[in-house]
Design a protein around this ligand. Structure first.
Ligand code: ZN
Ligand code: ZN
Length: 151
């Protein structure tokens, strides 16, 4: 289970302005799960931010970074949509926060309560501006299809 923690260097997780580091264990566990599902090494950036640095880059709307419960991830070779669908399969992220950014990365956090958003050209918008809910999120319709096919 400690694979990812070994791979992630302190500099990837620490605040880029001062080097302070505070990371929630649940975030590391969830990132491990995401990496296992992806089958490749995650690119993690911008995890912990000290309050001053967070104010500078994103302000209050992205506050989980100051709690050490959020990170920005990119999975090499995957589209934003594919990364989003994979993140939804990680319970901590599905029940927490997932943001899609037009820079081609996801913000994931382990807050209590589902939250979704997208950021396009610096503006916060609905998640559907960048990604669609996967078809598998509508099991009802899928079941109807299967029943029709069986006839
Ligand atoms: Zn800092
Ligand atoms: Zn973020």
């Amino acid at each position: 289970m400690a694979e990812l923690q070994k791979q992630l260097s302190r500099t990837q997780l620490a605040c880029s302005c001062c080097g302070d580091l505070k990371i929630d264990q649940r975030l590391l566990t969830a990132l491990e799960t995401l990496q296992r599902l992806a089958g490749k090494v995650l690119e993690v950036e911008d995890a912990y931010r000290c309050p001053a640095h967070n104010q500078e880059v994103d302000g209050i709307s992205d506050g989980e970074h100051t709690e050490g419960t959020a990170a920005h991830v990119r999975i090499p070779g995957m589209t934003l949509q594919q990364m989003y669908e994979l993140a939804l399969r990680v319970p901590e992220f599905a029940n927490g926060g997932i943001g899609a950014y037009d820079g081609g990365f996801l913000h994931v956090d382990v807050r209590q309560g589902s939250s979704r958003w997208a950021q396009v050209r610096g503006q916060y918008v609905g998640i559907q501006h960048l990604v669609n809910e996967p078809v598998s999120a509508a099991p009802h319709r899928k079941a109807v299809h299967a029943a029709t096919a069986a006839l």
